[in-house]
Design a protein. Structure first.
Length: 190
């Protein structure tokens, strides 16, 4: 096949694979709006640019197919948007510290940060193995601990979070705007 393409190229008859960009420019992406419970056409906040924030892995153990499913789905979305002419900034966080990471590292006799790094590297290798594009940025939870603590304190002060058995939980019933999009109109669930 390559020989045929190369011969056609040399003879000036091969112009390359047909571009799909023109075809995709006429396709409208529709997304489900949980607030209105309706499908609607996607329109970026900034014309020509799409920002996507994807909740990435908690690096406490080896990745499995469920972890990769999310990354592959958003990779397909990113590639489709780019092929449709959008500039895309993909950000995927890494939760590199949590109770399970601390416990598993301690049980194995590892420093927590070395444990998290080991599995973060495994996730990167798994993403590469299925050809998921690297994100534009990959912030780690440990890089934002002061901001997380300050936000948690603000939520508690405003009655939107509470402490129980050494952990802090978001009180979804205290914030109607949080509950509303996730549930269909009608009687409130308890």
């Amino acid at each position: 096949m390559c020989k045929t393409i190369c011969q056609a190229r040399e003879a000036g008859r091969y112009r390359g694979a047909p571009s799909l960009a023109g075809n995709l420019a006429h396709v409208t992406l529709h997304l489900f709006d949980t607030a209105t419970r309706e499908e609607r056409a996607f329109e970026p906040l900034t014309p020509g640019h799409v920002g996507v924030y994807l909740c990435g892995p908690t690096v406490q153990s080896s990745p499995h197919i469920g972890h990769l499913r999310s990354a592959v789905a958003f990779d397909v979305l990113q590639r489709w948007l780019e092929r449709s002419g959008y500039s895309v900034t993909m950000v995927r966080n890494v939760t590199d510290i949590d109770d399970k990471t601390l416990a598993k590292a301690a049980d194995a006799g590892w420093e927590w940060w070395a444990w998290a790094l080991r599995y973060e590297r495994e996730f990167h290798a798994a993403y590469a193995a299925v050809n998921v594009k690297a994100p534009a940025a990959e912030p780690r939870a440990t890089g934002h601990i002061p901001e997380i603590v300050a936000l948690t304190q603000r939520l508690m002060e405003r009655g939107h979070a509470y402490e129980a058995e050494g952990s802090v939980y978001f009180d979804v019933r205290s914030f109607e705007a949080y509950v509303r999009p996730a549930h269909p109109p009608g009687p409130r669930r308890s």
